[in-house]
Design a protein around this ligand. Structure first.
Ligand code: GAL
Length: 650
């Protein structure tokens, strides 16, 4: 079949193509074959991003029961708990040892006195979780997916390291998944678990650490910053085993699984299928650059998050150093950015000494509402640069938006917000309500602002939608599941803002730049963050993906048509091979394009999807693994109610 350059294809003629293809359609084992059912997270214990408090940035391993209960009390007394901050999560430092006779974990009762429930060897967190539950809060615990914990590698001077023989100090889940998960969730009554991964990374055979501390070595399954030397399947398999144990311990799905392997082992693409949140970077520190780095690690992955599964750029550092009450501009920016990208809002500060000004930042009910919006659409980049970025988050069904104008730099910046950044009509009035000052303003077309250094202005915007009768797919990332993203060789993220590693400090050759990388599906950009463009035609909206990918879209609003201009993106490195675009509805092939190559004009699809619940967008490329995948663009991809009314309101 030859190329159909720029041809308009109707649903009917696409269906005919589909029928003739049915004999060559994919087999059931082919990951690109349409599933016909939603494969994304079904909700789980955290349909909106988890909120609450975590002990780590406040106390590290010097955590104790008074400190935690103090935080819990203030959450309740200040009204933060009512706003949704209801998880109280222990981090590293709570454990004493593993009892060898039966493998049962023992709690360090000198810092958690209520855990001393019986004889010298009987400990339980039941009284502790009971107290939190009685306060209307939930309780979280911490462990490691390997044998040993991070503190056993990095906090050797801590008074609260596990004690005893080599085996007694193996406090992580390795070899004890079912036993520990049952203990934490069934016996002790926890609701949330954060599972770190130092046990898979840092206890290297022959290392000084292992020799000096007399640990059992484990050949690393994660090598930090070498994705090629990490065993992605093994790491994923271990977390999968935990997810299975959690489902059996809590058949009602009332648990939260937080994966903490710092964005390694390609967790960005599989975390959503196993956990409720997964860290996307190393630990946040109380510096501006670190905050930028962690924010960047999650900010361009909206298509991988949604109700029940969230990118996790780490707990908040509000209250400390660059984000203390003398730096309220920075504290507000940090908070605003986390709310916009649907990050978990986990305060990690000694709330007992919090000035009201910081409680007011954390207690901004409008921003909490933005973060907790049920549609679960993570904000999408609408303007990008090293100095200033705009992020737009679609709320509800798209009738409202939140927009953040973020000045990353250290000098003031004058910026112009355009109606089209918001995907709103350029001729109708747009009302912006400032979510910090609560003032409103109205504009048409464009509006300028001056942002102070490090300032983020954030508004709720209402106006006439540019697409009157539908929604761009990039406006509804919460209803999209990237089933297969087409990456053949997973790559690390490109990093621009590199910070001092919290663990090695400057005792290393530094945090080297990575110029290329990632390759996962993106909203309104290509998988390598370029502007979407097919044969010279640029698209402000759309989905960028690689060939051999499959994307699922929930058609909850029963739209009638999927429309898109599809083709090979001009940014593709593979300029030779073809890619073919397929649209399925509830598992049935509805439409396909001709094979497309670099330089061929976009083909416009208009596919009848009426009554179909799960739409699947597949791009098939050459099977060969020797070539880089083709970069494929679903330009202006949108769901509309009627073809006639789908015109743009300009
Ligand atoms: C790190 C983790 C931190 C904290 C710490 C405890 O690996 O990323 O969030 O949990 O371990 O030792």
């Amino acid at each position: 079949m030859g190329h159909r350059a720029n041809g308009n294809i109707t649903g009917a003629c696409l269906l005919a193509v589909a029928l003739s293809l049915s004999t060559t359609s994919a087999t059931a084992t082919d990951p690109l074959s349409a599933a016909g059912r939603w494969e994304g997270a079904s909700g789980g214990g955290t349909p909106t991003p988890p909120m609450g408090w975590n002990s780590w940035n406040a106390f590290q391993t010097e955590v104790d029961e008074d400190k935690v209960m103090g935080a819990a009390r203030i959450l309740v007394d200040s009204g933060l708990a009512k706003l949704g901050y209801d998880y109280v999560n222990l981090d590293d430092g709570w454990w004493f040892k593993r009892r060898l006779v039966d493998g049962r974990m023992q709690i360090r009762t000198n810092i958690f006195p209520s855990a001393a429930t019986g004889g010298p060897n009987e400990t339980s967190f039941k009284p502790f979780t009971g107290k939190l539950h009685a306060m209307g809060l939930k309780a979280g615990i911490y462990t490691d997916i390997g044998r040993n914990a991070c503190s056993q590698a990095y906090d050797l001077h801590s008074p609260n390291l596990p004690q005893g023989t080599t085996a007694e100090r193996e406090v992580g889940l390795d070899g004890h998944v079912k036993q520990d998960i049952d203990l934490y969730f069934k016996d002790w009554g926890f609701d949330y678990i954060k599972i770190d991964a130092c046990g898979l990374a840092d206890f290297v055979p022959g290392s000084e650490l292992v020799k000096q501390q007399n640990y059992r070595a484990l050949a690393p399954l994660i090598e930090r910053n070498s994705i090629n030397r990490s065993d992605i399947d093994a790491v994923r398999g271990r977390y999968q085993e935990v997810a299975t144990a959690l489902k059996s311990a809590r058949p009602d799905n009332d648990y939260v699984l937080s994966i903490c392997n710092w964005g390694m082992a390609n967790v960005r693409s599989w975390g959503k299928d196993i956990g409720n949140l997964w860290r996307t970077s190393s630990d946040i520190t109380a510096s501006w650059t670190s905050m930028l780095h962690n924010f960047d690690s999650a900010a361009k992955r909206p298509l991988y998050a949604g109700p029940g599964h969230w990118n996790d750029p780490d707990i908040l550092h509000i209250g400390h150093e660059a984000f203390d009450d003398a730096h309220l501009v920075e504290a507000r920016s940090h908070f605003t950015l986390w709310t916009m990208i649907n990050a978990p809002l986990l305060i990690s500060y000694d709330l007992r000494k919090s000035p009201q000004s910081l409680l007011d930042v954390l207690g901004n009910a409008d921003l909490v509402r933005i973060n907790q919006d049920k549609a679960g659409n993570q904000a999408v980049v609408a303007y990008d640069s090293d100095d200033v970025q705009f992020f737009v988050k679609t709320l509800g069904n798209g009738e409202r938006k939140a927009v953040a104008l973020f000045n990353r730099g250290a000098t003031a910046a004058t910026v112009t917000l355009l109606a089209k950044h918001l995907k709103l009509s350029e001729t109708s009035p747009i009302v912006l309500r400032d979510l910090w000052s609560k003032q409103s303003l109205t504009f048409s077309g464009e509006q300028s602002f001056t942002l102070a250094p490090h300032e983020t202005r954030v508004f709720e915007a209402t106006g006439e939608r540019r697409l009157r009768d539908g929604v761009y797919l990039s406006e509804m990332p919460g209803a999209i599941n990237i089933a297969v993203d087409g990456t053949q060789q997973p790559q690390l993220d490109p990093t621009i803002h590199r910070m001092i590693d919290p663990w090695s400090n400057t005792r290393s050759s530094g945090s080297r730049p990575q110029y290329a990388g990632w390759g996962g599906a993106q909203a309104d950009a290509t998988p390598f963050s370029q502007t979407l463009q097919i044969a010279g035609q640029t698209f402000e909206s759309g989905i960028g993906v690689l060939s051999n990918s499959r994307i699922q879209v929930r058609n909850d609003a029963d739209h009638a048509l999927l429309m898109a201009s599809v083709g090979v993106d001009d940014s593709t490195e593979n300029v030779k091979q073809t890619a073919r675009f397929y649209v399925y509805g509830d598992g049935r092939l509805l439409a396909t394009s001709a094979p497309m190559t670099f330089g061929v004009k976009a083909v416009q699809l208009a596919v009848n999807i009426k009554g179909k619940r799960v739409i699947e967008l597949v791009v098939r490329g050459a099977k060969s693994n020797n070539e880089r995948p083709v970069v494929a663009t679903w330009g202006d991809a949108r769901l509309v109610h009627s073809p006639l009314k789908s015109s743009l309101a300009l």
